[in-house]
Ligand binder design. Structure first.
Ligand code: ATP
Ligand code: MG
Length: 299
């Protein structure tokens, strides 16, 4: 496990006004890490991830047996920050029946005819399961805020999209998450914080390697052109929607090994803290089990 005080550094305190640019996307997060050095830290991160994967597998089985809680993991990031790889690695040890991943793209005409939360509500995890949102309702205060013309398609009236409109959306999101948490869904939100330089490096790598060409879309470059607006939108969004009941974590994402170790650690420790129990076996059930044993041994 990663020490709690280190994990706490990545959590956005409820009510805090943060700026993404004050968060370091690299590996060296503390003096201690700096002294340890990159290679040693990488080895430690690998061990932490391995341990967490084993623990997460067990924690997920307990979550399923206990059947009182669901876990919703929200992943948001700029392109090429490593959302897909994080999901693949962190969930690699989990029983596929206990986990659901939903990737949200541009909304369809039908989805646009409903309120912005509708399509996400339909995909929420049921009790006992971990649900992952690869992009989420947060797109509706991020990409949509950077490109307000997208709102035209949402047929909203009255058509006034000032700061009040966005603060109302943040409030709706906070209320929505509060409802989920009150009803047994644990909500964990991760912003994978990749730097603009590292994104460029990863894009160039995609262009250099034919087997990665499919991953590159020209719209990725267009969105990169809005980098500063996105950072502003993320800063405002995380400041307004990191709550006690559904906190945001700003996870350094310039090195994939550190991202995966941190996400796996937060998910595992959170599930382990739920005090999960196997359902109690009633006296009647115990008698049925004893009877089953008698019948089988008498065969
Ligand atoms: P990858 O590029 O790794 O395959 P991705 O999540 O970037 O994964 P894409 O198909 O490239 O997937 O992009 C999905 C696009 O859909 C993003 O540009 C995102 O901003 C956009 N999108 C998601 N939700 C909404 C929304 N509610 N309104 C408008 N656009 C949205
Ligand atoms: Mg993309």
């Amino acid at each position: 496990m990663i020490r709690k005080d280190i994990i706490d550094r990545f959590r956005v305190p409820a009510g805090a006004k943060i700026r993404i640019k004050d968060h370091n996307p690299g590996w060296s997060q503390t003096e201690e890490m700096e002294e340890l050095g990159k290679d040693a830290l990488k080895e430690r991160a690998r061990q932490t991830l391995d341990q967490n994967l084993a623990d997460l597998s067990h924690a997920q089985e307990m979550l399923y047996a206990d059947d009182r809680f669901a876990v919703l993991i929200v992943l948001q990031a700029m392109d090429a920050a490593g959302k897909d790889g994080t999901i693949k690695h962190v969930m690699s040890g989990v029983n596929p029946q206990g986990c659901q991943v939903f990737s949200f793209k541009k909304p369809s005409a039908e989805e646009l005819d409903h309120t912005f939360l509708w399509r996400y509500m339909k995909c929420l995890p049921e009790r006992g399961r971990i649900g992952i949102f690869n992009r989420s309702y947060y797109e509706d205060v991020l990409v949509v805020k950077v490109h307000p013309e997208l709102l035209t398609a949402q047929h909203l009236s009255p058509v006034k999209f000032g700061s009040k409109f966005w603060s109302q959306r943040y409030k709706d999101i906070n209320a929505f998450e509060r409802h989920l948490v009150r009803n047994g869904t644990v909500v964990l939100k991760f912003f994978l914080n990749v730097s603009k330089e590292e994104q460029k490096r990863r894009f160039l790598e995609r262009l250099d390697r034919p087997e990665k060409h499919w991953k590159f879309s020209t719209s990725d470059l267009a969105e990169r052109g809005h980098w500063d607006q996105y950072m502003r939108a993320y800063s405002e969004c995380l400041s307004a929607t990191s709550t006690k009941w559904a906190p945001w974590y700003v996870v350094p994402a310039d090195h994939k090994w550190i991202t995966r170790a941190i996400v796996a650690d937060v998910v595992t420790t959170t599930i382990q803290s739920l005090d999960l129990k196997y359902p109690e076996v009633t006296e009647e059930k115990k008698e049925q089990l004893a009877e089953a044993r008698r019948q089988l041994t008498a065969e």
